[in-house]
Ligand binder design. Structure first.
Ligand SMILES: [Zn+2]
Length: 220
């Protein structure tokens, strides 16, 4: 069941997804046509970005609407090759409304060494829910990759895909994009901080205070 509190119309959801897709590209979270997004529509349908199309040229008519098993219901273009990833995340977690996958530079560096991105700033706890875990490597585009990533999203807003990139989720496409930008910025902070010394964890009391807020503020 769709649990979004502020129900938007399908055209609004598609426009928001397009806007997030363009910003994902212009803010350097991906190169070229890499990366992909999805969002929940009414009646258990899902809208995804098409495969291999420049984000600057993409319009609502290029988007592809799927049912929950991946059958194409609307659209002339092939859907993203990471369809299985999006469907697995949205099907397993009824409390997320959108999924964004990107190849953000610093986050991907953590993914390549299979290292979680630690929760060292307070807003990370609130909007991500804790450290960003690493999902085991599975081949791109596979059902196995989708299953592996989705099972890490229970209480987190982001997951690293080993040797690949980043997946972020949120109430809507804009929220998923904001999580991606926060994760990438924090990955860069931690990368730089480790060059200067050893990052100091947040106090346990702070983690206990902020972490429960994630499910409340970040998902529904
Ligand atoms: Zn990718």
């Amino acid at each position: 069941m769709d649990q979004r509190m502020n129900r938007e119309t399908d055209p609004q959801i598609k426009e928001e997804l397009l806007s997030a897709a363009r910003e994902m590209a212009t803010s350097g979270l991906v190169e070229g046509t890499a990366g992909n997004l999805s969002a929940r529509l009414e009646d258990k349908r899902i809208v995804v970005t098409p495969a291999s199309l420049d984000y600057a040229e993409m319009t609502a008519s290029d988007l592809v609407v799927l049912d929950s098993t991946g059958n194409v219901l609307e659209g002339q273009r092939p859907p993203t090759t990471e369809c299985a990833l999006h469907l697995a995340c949205l099907n397993l977690h009824a409390d997320i409304g959108a999924v964004l996958h990107c190849h953000a530079l610093f986050a991907s560096m953590f993914a390549i060494i299979h290292a979680p991105i630690p929760c060292v700033v307070e807003e990370f706890d609130i909007y991500v829910g804790g450290d960003v875990p690493v999902a085991d490597y599975r081949q791109t585009g596979s059902d196995a990759l989708g299953e592996e990533v989705a099972r890490h999203l229970g209480d987190r807003g982001a997951v690293l895909m080993a040797n690949h990139g980043l997946v972020c989720v949120g109430k809507n496409s804009g929220d998923a994009l904001r999580v991606a930008r926060l994760v990438e910025r924090t990955a860069q902070l931690v990368w730089g901080a480790r060059l200067m010394g050893t990052p100091v964890p947040l106090p346990d009391s702070t983690r206990a205070h902020f972490a429960p807020l994630y499910k409340k503020l970040g998902r529904l």
